[in-house]
Design a protein around this ligand. Structure first.
Ligand code: BGC
Length: 739
């Protein structure tokens, strides 16, 4: 009891301290703003990119530097490293009010130490690992002068044609929300302003992931129901986790560019969610409201964006050129300008930049932190956790090292660049461990031969004969294929998501040798590879696994690491099924029997089911689920129920299972999906070990946005399901909400 009081007292003291600090900062901001001209205020909302986009000697770059000196710039992106950030900060300190700049950068999956691409990390379903990855990225970036990262991307994405699925957490709202919070915590650490933390950005607000036909930057048209239910919750989770900033997005949402949307930025974010951070536009997205046909010219775009709540203009030049005049003409109220400036300055104070504008730019720290060997060990750990074993026929994996001849083949087998994936800033390419190098590192007595067969992209089959000859002299083939690093990411939409070039032909040529084949696939999105899915003996989906990728792949192949990753996104059989998610609606005519689909919600040329379902992922051991029990068959008011069951490792090696809990609300005022993920746990078990696993279910678990967009639960029956994947649910129970 006593300790409870002490803890409460300490908590209250901390809250008071934080409040006191807030009011102190508030006062400082007010004092500073009193001294600012309208032009200086506008300057704080103008963000420019560093020299790599203009070239260091161009007159455009010289103009940028002059603007910084004149106090007309609030933030720079793409100025990297202690030396450069110091040099540029010094210019800002020559301005009249000496307001320091914010330095921002896309630190998406690592700074120097490259971690798996975010979609890959999401496959770990491991919040500690994901937080650690962001933590290390933050430490490295913050040691190199960076205050602010444009991550995490929390866009739910259900269309793998969209190249940016690579940057997010996949298709699911629940998993995506957990990951959003973990990444924000990782980047921002315990406290904003610590010199090992950077400000996070929840982007792209909102619904950017639902671009029509998966074409990047395309319009988005969706019901508010979908928006609230599927697309907004990860943003809310990021805001609740304390994300210092938000970035709006390129797309229109129901006809209004997100950058000019007061509904999104004022009503939802700053209104209903009471968000206190600031919103940065996406690159040029203020300006782009002109080609969208929403603003008549750049000046109109500036007025519409700031009035809608877009605080900072990234490389758009709309605010810098037109905002001052717009304020003077009364098109933008001074209070609107002041609110935006206050939000930006508050962050600069919170980061401690007014006390020491160079506090993130310390050459000794940069050297020490960027050389920290523990970061590579973490990258290996996270990469292993992200790998998904899609198939393992006849338990070909793990490979034995005893007197085996292993042929490592393929365009991506010895690539370093492709293991890094996109959005890499300072990765040390030469130190990336390729797949063949990783296999050699871990091969023991096994004999390794290597043939590339074709260059990345696999345009030519000239090298196939040599590869087949190498494969013929082996006992087992490891084939590394997939997309090259630059095929997913921004502006990398594809209509055909099969393996690029002649990689499938290469697979077929190798298959003809009769040797068993393990396929290691690299990609930033789900690919379609039906022949390989049918005929390969084993498939490991490795995403773009980062600096330690080759070692991670090898540890999985040889069984030094038992894979546990699960797909965070559905893998379709064909592009024709897209968009495809496990969270389908039943329709009035569901397919009950695949053999009888007449007038059913089906395709006449394909089954509805995906190639690999959301949540799918195998292990080298087997798990049994049994003994489901519910602490109560009914629930009322604020009561809670516990669902529990036994999980047994029934195989021969230790392993980790990611158990998943789904529910279906059987009858409701707005129809609910057949399955919605509502909980998951990672459980590690020794062979033969059994553990009772439990999930708590309360009113919130059963709630959804009703037709008034109110979060509420409706009385009635709920089906609860637990299992190993969304299409491999082993146990179920029923719970009734009575009131
Ligand atoms: C992307 C953002 C990114 C920004 C700055 C834009 O093109 O959409 O995600 O943060 O560029 O590099």
């Amino acid at each position: 009891m006593k300790t409870k009081y002490i803890a409460a007292a300490i908590g209250a003291a901390f809250a008071l301290c934080a409040q006191a600090q807030d009011t102190q900062i508030d006062r400082k901001v007010t004092d500073l703003m009193k001294q600012m001209t309208v032009a200086e205020k506008v300057g704080q909302l103008h963000q420019l990119s560093g020299r790599q986009f203009t070239g260091p000697t161009s007159s455009a770059y010289a103009d940028k530097l002059a603007d910084i000196r004149a106090g007309k710039v609030g933030s720079m992106l793409n100025v990297i490293g202690v030396a450069d950030t110091r040099e540029i900060q010094a210019l800002a300190l020559q301005s009249r009010l000496k307001i320091p700049l914010l330095f921002s950068l896309d630190v998406i999956h690592g700074y120097k130490t490259v971690f798996p691409v975010p979609l890959g990390e999401a496959a770990s379903w491991d919040m500690d690992a994901i937080e650690l990855s962001a933590r290390i990225a933050a430490k490295e970036a913050a040691a190199a002068g960076i205050h602010w990262t444009f991550a995490p991307m929390v866009d739910v994405a259900r269309d793998p044609r969209w190249g940016r699925v690579m940057e997010g957490a996949g298709e699911d709202t629940y998993l995506g929300s957990k990951i959003a919070a973990a990444r924000v915590h990782g980047f921002q650490g315990k406290k904003l302003g610590a010199t090992d933390s950077v400000m996070a950005t929840a982007k792209h607000f909102a619904a950017y992931g639902a671009a029509i036909a998966g074409r990047d930057y395309n319009a988005v048209d969706m019901s508010e129901q979908q928006l609230y239910e599927v697309y907004l919750p990860p943003f809310k989770a990021a805001a609740d986790a304390g994300a210092a900033t938000f970035m709006n997005s390129f797309n229109t949402l129901n006809g209004v560019p997100a950058t000019g949307s007061a509904f999104l930025q004022r009503d939802i974010l700053k209104g209903a969610w009471k968000y206190k951070g600031f919103v940065v536009s996406d690159w040029g997205s203020v300006r782009e409201m002109v080609p969208h046909g929403y603003a008549a010219d750049l000046s109109d775009a500036a007025v519409k964006a700031i009035n809608a709540g877009s605080d900072m203009d990234m490389e758009g030049y709309a605010y810098s050129q037109h905002l001052e005049a717009a304020v003077k003409a009364g098109k933008v109220k001074m209070s609107v300008l002041d609110d935006a400036v206050r939000r930006v300055l508050t962050k600069k104070f919170e980061l401690g930049l007014f006390d020491d504008p160079y506090r993130y730019s310390d050459a000794a720290r940069e050297k020490a932190v960027l050389g920290d060997a523990s970061h590579r060990a973490a990258a290996l750990d996270v990469a292993q956790k992200s790998m998904v074993l899609l198939k393992n026929e006849g338990k070909l994996l793990p490979l034995s090292r005893e007197a085996k001849r292993i042929a490592v083949i393929g365009p991506l087998a010895d690539s370093q660049r492709d293991l890094e994936g996109g959005w890499v800033v300072q990765g040390e390419r030469a130190k990336v461990v390729s797949i063949v190098e990783g296999i050699r590192n871990h091969a023991g007595k096994a004999e390794i031969s290597y043939a590339q067969a074709c260059a990345p992209g696999c345009a030519s089959s000239e090298g196939f004969a040599d590869a087949v000859a190498t494969a013929s002299r082996s006992d087992v083939i490891v084939l590394a294929v997939g997309e090259t690093w630059d095929m997913s990411g921004e502006a990398k939409s594809r209509t055909d998501i099969t393996l690029p070039g002649q990689q499938e032909a290469l697979f077929n040529a190798l298959k003809a040798t009769g040797k068993p084949i393990v396929v290691v696939m690299l990609s930033g999105r789900p690919l379609v590879f039906n022949t390989i899915a049918d005929k390969a003996d084993a498939i490991v989906y490795a995403w773009f696994p980062g600096t330690e990728g080759g070692n991670a792949v090898a540890n999985v192949l040889f069984g030094d690491y038992n894979p546990s990753g699960k797909l965070p996104i559905t893998f379709p059989r064909s592009v024709g099924q897209i968009p495809l998610s496990y969270a389908q609606y039943n329709t009035g005519r569901p397919v009950v029997d695949e053999k009888n689909i007449v007038y059913r919600s089906a395709y006449i040329d394909s089954v509805n089911t995906p190639r690999y379902a959301f949540g799918h992922g195998l292990s080298y051991t087997d798990f049994k689920y049994s003994g489901l029990a519910l602490s109560s068959a009914t629930l009322a008011g604020a009561q809670k129920a516990t669902l529990s069951f036994d999980l047994t490792n029934s195989g021969k090696v230790e392993g980790t299972e990611i158990v998943q809990m789904y529910l279906r609300d059987m009858v409701s005022s707005v129809v609910r999906p057949l399955k919605e993920l509502k909980g998951f746990q990672k459980v590690h078990l020794k062979p033969g070990e059994t553990r009772r696993v439990s999930f708590t279910i309360d009113r919130d678990t059963l709630s959804f946005f009703n037709s008034q967009l109110k979060w509420s639960a409706e009385a009635g029956e709920f089906k609860l399901m637990v299992g190993s994947a969304s299409d491999d649910l082993r146990l179920e129970g029923t719970l009734r909400l009575t009131q």
